[in-house]
Design a protein around this ligand. Structure first.
Ligand SMILES: [Zn+2]
Length: 406
């Protein structure tokens, strides 16, 4: 089972100064900053997935790449651009989520083939159009006309994609994208893609589905699947079900969720082998928009906030060195929280107490926890939060390795 990490240009600066919260004056972002596979060992994924929409920008707004970054990706190729080790493989896709509101995908086959070929991907997924709708018993309900249309568009583009890739002697493995709105319609897509000649098929549009719904689709696909056809689950991370998914031909998946939970999840943002802890929020007075608003409106005094922020950081570091008690740290955190917490929100202090008592960074085997200690458990700014995301990826990787497939 291979896990691909979708790229969104998430890097950290190895020379970031956590005590003064500043970057090195000598830092050159594109030269010095590192990706997850350079920041932690073991490498927390088998490969990366890069979307054309993320590189090029899309109707939903600017891409994650600046124009010079895009140029460098094309010039260096995906492997050199990401400084990938030989053990990591690469998949390109179109990033269908970015053009979900359009009537048709905004790319044609030639430009997508050009993107995959020029970047030197190992594999490339055909252009697809996501169907957002699910009918568990398809015989009971008629699908919306737009869903049928989107499936047809995806299949036509897949056929054209494979034929043109073959004609041009593409150097990457073409992967067909299957879309559906239920078990039978996914099986229909897979059958059609196999007939076209695809031996590897990516299942799209399943992100909102529950695991048992994904399984129902996989069972229906089993009825038509050639024994050597490999399936990829786009955007899915269900560790608990992966062994079962594997029995239905799934050999790879990709997901950002473990990474993103580090800063998007309110509470389960520091993962461990058996569960999750809550990272300790110490927002930066000078860089936190919500806090800035409170200060500007006069409801919080800036000087008071700065004093409380510093007291928290000091107390947390002293606690980690064994120089103060849990009560003292919680006291400092309570004082800062009373200034900055949204009155509609519940206090985090009980969760912080659990995190500090468990001190998961002390036992985590990942290189980042070893190096940064308690800093990685502090919810504050991109350098800490992304490192915690990279740590979460190592936890996911270890969970995947403990599963048995076959
Ligand atoms: Zn760790």
């Amino acid at each position: 089972m291979k896990f691909y990490f979708p790229d969104s240009q998430d890097l950290v600066s190895p020379t970031y100064d956590f005590v003064n919260d500043e970057y090195s004056p000598y830092r050159v972002r594109q030269r010095d900053d590192v990706y997850a596979h350079q920041a932690v060992t073991p490498i927390p994924y088998d490969g990366i997935l890069v979307s054309k929409a993320v590189v090029d920008g899309s109707m939903k707004g600017a891409g994650k790449y600046s124009a010079p970054q895009r140029e460098r990706l094309y010039r260096l190729g995906v492997r050199n651009f990401f400084r990938l080790p030989d053990t990591c493989s690469t998949i390109g896709d179109c990033g269908a989520f970015n053009y979900i509101d359009e009537e048709r995908p905004p790319y044609d086959v030639d430009e997508v083939l050009d993107f995959y070929g020029r970047c030197g991907f190992d594999a490339g997924i055909s252009i697809d159009h996501i169907i957002f709708g699910y009918i568990p018993q398809e015989s009971d309900t008629e699908p919306e006309a737009a869903w049928v249309e989107r499936q047809q568009i995806s299949l036509e583009l897949a056929e054209n994609f494979l034929a043109t890739a073959k004609k041009h002697g593409a150097s990457f493995e073409p992967v067909g994208a299957a879309q559906g709105w239920g078990p039978d319609s996914y099986a229909h897509s897979v059958a059609q893609l196999q007939k076209m000649g695809y031996g590897r098929i990516a299942l799209g549009g399943m992100v909102p589905l529950k695991s048992h719904e994904i399984l129902a689709c996989l069972r229906a696909i089993d009825e038509v699947r050639n024994h050597d056809t490999e399936l990829h689950l786009l955007g899915i991370n269900r560790v608990d079900s992966m062994e079962e998914f594997a029995r239905h031909g799934v050999t790879s998946f990709d997901s950002t969720s473990a990474f993103r939970q580090a800063f998007m999840d309110d509470r389960n943002n520091y993962h461990t082998a058996t569960g999750a802890y809550t990272a300790i929020r110490v927002p930066q007075v000078d860089a936190n928009p919500a806090l800035k608003r409170l200060i500007l409106s006069g409801s919080v005094s800036q000087a008071q906030a700065i004093t409380a922020e510093r007291a928290c950081l000091r107390a947390l570091r002293e606690f980690d060195r064994g120089e103060n008690s849990l009560e003292e740290v919680l006291g400092a955190l309570a004082a800062y929280e009373s200034l900055v917490l949204d009155p509609k929100k519940k206090s985090y202090l009980a969760y912080y107490e659990r995190t500090l008592s468990g001190a998961p960074w002390r036992t985590c085997p990942c290189a980042l926890c070893k190096k940064h200690g308690i800093e990685i458990a502090i919810f504050r700014g991109t350098e800490r939060n992304k490192r915690r995301g990279f740590h979460n990826l190592t936890v996911l990787e270890a969970k995947m390795r403990s599963l048995t497939f076959g």
